[in-house]
Design a protein around this ligand. Structure first.
Ligand SMILES: *[C@@H]1O[C@H](CO)[C@@H](O)[C@H](O)[C@H]1NC(C)=O
Ligand SMILES: *[C@@H]1O[C@H](CO)[C@@H](O)[C@H](O)[C@H]1NC(C)=O
Ligand SMILES: *[C@@H]1O[C@H](CO)[C@@H](O)[C@H](O)[C@H]1NC(C)=O
Ligand SMILES: *[C@@H]1O[C@H](CO)[C@@H](O)[C@H](O)[C@H]1NC(C)=O
Ligand SMILES: *[C@@H]1O[C@H](CO)[C@@H](O)[C@H](O)[C@H]1NC(C)=O
Ligand SMILES: *[C@@H]1O[C@H](CO)[C@@H](O)[C@H](O)[C@H]1NC(C)=O
Ligand SMILES: *[C@@H]1O[C@H](CO)[C@@H](O)[C@H](O)[C@H]1NC(C)=O
Ligand SMILES: *[C@@H]1O[C@H](CO)[C@@H](O)[C@H](O)[C@H]1NC(C)=O
Ligand SMILES: *[C@@H]1O[C@H](CO)[C@@H](O)[C@H](O)[C@H]1NC(C)=O
Ligand SMILES: *[C@@H]1O[C@H](CO)[C@@H](O)[C@H](O)[C@H]1NC(C)=O
Ligand SMILES: *[C@@H]1O[C@H](CO)[C@@H](O)[C@H](O)[C@H]1NC(C)=O
Ligand SMILES: *[C@@H]1O[C@H](CO)[C@@H](O)[C@H](O)[C@H]1NC(C)=O
Length: 570
């Protein structure tokens, strides 16, 4: 049995290699969806679309739940398969999947090569099961632009696989309802652009007894390299137009009727055209295909939100500057996963503790030495504690506590006549909510980021860049999302030259990844790449499926790469 499996996998991979002899197979290292491979599976195609000149022209399709893997909503799990090919020259583009006005996945595209690329990302979307149980509108916004020198189109296919429940695999735990905190647009993706602050009136069921919020947030435009933005106090120490201001600290906040309910210190996702494109092919930087989301327990606000009236829920992103301003723009959205009581009567109670400052406690310090070397450090920290007591219509009393402790530090080094631009950033935190003493939401994270860039001269056309970036997270986002421990690190080095006769460069990227979840699933991968070639690759764990992979390579496509995007818009 095992031998036959190995043989057929081996034949399949050899075939794949023959078919894609020069097509580069891009990927983000991540665990496969932790769903039961021995359950009956039903796959449907949700959409198929080639995104050419697609700015402002999203794909909008109607979804109907399948009925051949049990009743709609009875499933043990749901996964998505997004498979894309592209060739030519193109920037990375943001992709936003909106389903029934809820953002369910934010991705971005790897940049193509002349000979072509292909990638597949499999995503567990079981937590959105209430949405998949009903017919509704599915939107993929992928704003691509074709113009002189940029001819790459993205040919996409999205399928959904439903895993039938059975005695062995019970139906997935689910929220009773999911409420969007989005623009609610029906003709495009539902992310909001901030600043200014985004607010929406939301009416919560009067019998709600738990509310878990999920936040999507990514920096774009002048905020793509937010961790490299310089504190305003030191901006004029640098040559004019050198970089953006408003500093490097970013806090994503969710507010209820103007009161902060919870915050996130975001992970810095580097897109595949970010700083040094040659560092990010074929292994994308972590998060580029599946941007991390952040979780807040809003349950302490249940007594306030269950009055049957609309409440003003806001999402914004603020800095450590004195007026908390940031640049344009961050795309944000949120959703509330709501649990309701068996009784339809109103939940009543009180917030008993609210120890929250509107903004984090921050500091900005800098030094410039006689040679003009500038070092600027920005720090932030904050603690949040919110508690409440309430009684449901059925008489169940709940005592909730929500605590967040976060710390942040960013040091930027501008050395050697500003040719050396290094950044050392770290964000750490621990979140814990308890409902009647039982942990409901846990998030312990550490996101260290170190980038050392050296430009060859002040034309800023040629540079080396070294990256050491980690994502270490122990999380139990809610009772509807499987708790997991992820330990991820990428160490990459690259060289890049922007030239009118063709951009060129090289790069190596070594990625170690380990995943363990509360269902006992495991996955690890240790993979390295050099100039488009996989140099080593070992994979293991219960989710690994395939016992081995073949190295896949393609010649380095020089002279056809899009210009990289650089900190400060250089
Ligand atoms: C994902 O979808 C692609 C194309 O739609 C298909 O070729 C591939 O086999 C799928 N992968 C998995 C693991 O289902
Ligand atoms: C390259 O792109 C063109 C246009 O989208 C398409 O017709 C062609 O099949 C693609 N080739 C490869 C190898 O992907
Ligand atoms: C989008 O459609 C939904 C459902 O029909 C509706 O509630 C909502 O108001 C619409 N959004 C806009 C912006 O018109
Ligand atoms: C929310 O509703 C209130 C009262 O119904 C209204 O005054 C307010 O303008 C609304 N706010 C938003 C953001 O729509
Ligand atoms: C909602 O709250 C935000 C944050 O306090 C505020 O900026 C906005 O004006 C409020 N919107 C309404 C309609 O009250
Ligand atoms: C915040 O302060 C910066 C620097 O002083 C200034 O440029 C900006 O206009 C201010 N923004 C707002 C919204 O006041
Ligand atoms: C909420 O507080 C009020 C006033 O302090 C009190 O009368 C009421 O009993 C409290 N309700 C609950 C459910 O604890
Ligand atoms: C999370 O971090 C806190 C504070 O460091 C620690 O007490 C707790 O044990 C951690 N929880 C998990 C699940 O790692
Ligand atoms: C990166 O830059 C930092 C700060 O300038 C420096 O301490 C560190 O040694 C550099 N790392 C490498 C690998 O050059
Ligand atoms: C990645 O690993 C290879 C092989 O061990 C090594 O030669 C290379 O220097 C490493 N790259 C980085 C950026 O550390
Ligand atoms: C890139 O190429 C240069 C020149 O050939 C070489 O010195 C450097 O080590 C290479 N860097 C990487 C990261 O492969
Ligand atoms: C990458 O692989 C290709 C094809 O196997 C080979 O021609 C090329 O020399 C390799 N490049 C590096 C840097 O190893």
């Amino acid at each position: 049995m095992w031998n036959r499996l190995v043989q057929s996998l081996s034949a399949g991979l050899l075939l794949a290699r023959a078919l894609y002899a020069t097509v580069l197979v891009d990927f983000q290292v991540a665990q496969p969806p932790p769903l039961p491979s021995d359950a009956q599976q039903c796959t449907i195609q949700i959409l198929e679309r080639t995104f050419g000149n697609s700015y402002g022209d999203p794909e909008i399709v109607q979804y109907t739940p399948p009925t051949d893997c049990g009743d709609a909503g009875s499933w043990a799990g749901i996964s998505l398969n997004f498979t894309v090919t592209s060739n030519g020259t193109q920037y990375d583009r943001l992709g936003i999947f909106t389903f029934q006005n809820v953002e369910i996945w934010r991705t971005s595209t790897p940049e193509p090569t002349t000979d072509g690329i292909i990638w597949t990302y499999l995503k567990d979307v079981t937590r959105y099961l209430p949405l998949f149980s009903e017919p509704g509108t599915f939107i993929l916004e992928l704003d691509n632009i074709l113009e002189s020198g940029l001819n790459g189109q993205y040919a996409t296919t999205l399928t959904a696989t439903f895993y039938a429940s059975s005695n062995a695999h019970p139906p997935a735990a689910r929220a009773n309802t999911i409420i969007p905190v989005t623009t609610l647009a029906n003709n495009t993706g539902d992310e909001a652009s901030v600043p200014p602050i985004f607010s929406l009136n939301v009416t919560v069921p009067q019998n709600a007894v738990a509310i878990y919020a999920e936040l999507y947030a990514s920096g774009n435009g002048d905020e793509e390299f937010w961790y490299y933005n310089v504190a305003n106090e030191y901006l004029n120490y640098l040559p004019s137009g050198f970089t953006y201001g408003n500093g490097p600290f970013r806090e994503v906040r969710m507010l209820v009727d103007g009161q902060v309910a919870g915050v996130a210190f975001p992970y810095a996702v580097i897109f595949t055209g970010g700083i040094s494109p040659t560092a990010w092919r074929p292994i994308t930087s972590y998060g580029a295909l599946d941007l991390p989301t952040y979780f807040i327990d809003l349950t302490p606000f249940v007594p306030v939100l269950t009055d049957g009236q609309p409440h003003n829920i806001s999402i914004d992103v603020v800095s450590a500057e004195s007026n908390h301003t940031i640049n344009d723009n961050w795309y944000v959205s949120g959703n509330l996963q709501v649990v309701t009581d068996s009784s339809s009567s109103r939940t009543t109670g009180n917030i008993t503790v609210y120890n929250v400052e509107p903004y984090a406690e921050t500091s900005v310090t800098g030094t410039e030495d006689l040679s003009g070397d500038l070092t600027v450090t920005v720090t932030a920290k904050r603690s949040i504690l919110i508690q409440s007591e309430f009684t449901s219509g059925s008489g169940q009393r709940t005592s909730v506590s929500w605590a967040q402790n976060l710390e942040y530090s960013n040091t930027q080094y501008y050395l050697n006549d500003y040719l050396v631009n290094n950044v050392a950033q770290t964000a750490t935190g621990s979140f814990l909510s308890t409902h009647n003493g039982v942990a409901a939401l846990v998030d312990n994270f550490s996101y260290p980021l170190n980038i050392n860039m050296t430009y060859t001269d002040d034309s800023y056309d040629s540079f080396t860049a070294e990256f050491d970036h980690s994502y270490d997270r122990v999380s139990l986002p809610s009772p509807f999302i499987l708790g997991s421990t992820i330990t991820e690190r990428q160490v990459a080095a690259s060289f890049f030259t922007i030239s009118s006769s063709g951009n060129y460069g090289n790069g190596t990227d070594n990625n170690t990844f380990n995943y363990v979840d509360l269902n006992g699933n495991t996955y690890w991968r240790d993979v390295g790449a050099s100039d488009n070639n996989i140099t080593y690759d070992s994979i293991g764990g219960s989710l690994s499926g395939s016992p081995f992979t073949l190295p896949i390579s393609a010649p380095l496509a020089q002279g056809v790469m899009a210009k990289p995007r650089l900190p400060g818009g250089k």
